[in-house]
Design a protein around this ligand. Sequence first.
Ligand SMILES: NC(=O)c1ccc[n+]([C@@H]2O[C@H](COP(=O)([O-])OP(=O)(O)OC[C@H]3O[C@@H](n4cnc5c(N)ncnc54)[C@H](OP(=O)(O)O)[C@@H]3O)[C@@H](O)[C@H]2O)c1
Length: 289
Amino acid sequence: MDTPSTLPGGTWTLGDSTVTRFGYGAMQLAGPGVMGPPADGDGALAVLREAVDVGITHIDTSAAYGPRITNELIREALHPYPQSLVIATKVGAARDAQGDWPTARRPVDLREQVYENLDSLGVQTLDLVNMRMGDAQGPRPGSISEAFETLAELQREGLIRHLGVSNVTADQVAEARRIAPIVCVQNMYNLVHRHDDDLVDHLAADGIAYVPFFPLGGFTPLQSQALSRVARRLEATPMSIALAWLTRRSPNILLIPGTSSTAHLRENIAGAGLPLSDEDVTELDGIGR
Ligand SMILES: NC(=O)c1ccc[n+]([C@@H]2O[C@H](COP(=O)([O-])OP(=O)(O)OC[C@H]3O[C@@H](n4cnc5c(N)ncnc54)[C@H](OP(=O)(O)O)[C@@H]3O)[C@@H](O)[C@H]2O)c1
């Protein structure tokens, strides 16, 4: 039986797994530009161990981070993995020598990336694989079918437990769902970038998780006068308020804020659980509209 989570937001069911809504995004554990090893390897391992120790059961990663470095840190810190832990990964991009993310979505590329994730994480089946589309500027229109059918095939082969999609349009979500069930959509979304508001609600109605990436703004921390105002009023940091707003936004939102610091991890957990009044939410809702 699952133990009730004491983390903010409680839990959500991803396919046949229950995960804490408060999760952890591991991308920035790799070196600068998500390339190479971190400056503080022991610190990175400590953050991962602390995340699991406080009860987090959802970690987001990819073999493209580092490349391989983030997955290898996860493996070193946490393998053998607790049964309750869901490690979500993603495929669809490679890394080049400049640290860019060229798309790599041919069936042969995707198969190779799935094997790369299995190998670097040290597992025989990946819990959850997101098919990442679009580019660094965001989702792009176009069919997802060839790429997603490849992942569905790898799922039938037993290499993947659950499927999701990432950096996608609403049309691509619908197209993927006609091919195979998905348990989540992972797109950029936060207090300031609200373009997916309708999609969040639509997925909630269908029992599908929405996993916002860059919940704190990613490489450019969220900034807004209204956010700072509410933070001052509640004697909290803007980051905490941004997470509290996401926790409250919809029960299908799973939080994966990234950090390389155990102090920030603890601060983010506390922040995500801050109660916001209706007045706070109205003021914050004005930011992204
Ligand atoms: N599907 C996709 O295409 C895609 C794209 C990007 C990211 N992702 C996923 O989304 C996850 C989250 O994104 P992200 O980590 O890039 O961005 P993020 O969670 O929006 O922000 C992380 C940044 O915020 C800082 N931070 C965290 N907590 C803080 C605090 N309490 N106070 C001050 N600064 C704080 C971190 O620095 P410190 O290390 O100093 O705390 C880090 O620089 C990633 O880990 C990755 O798994 C997916």
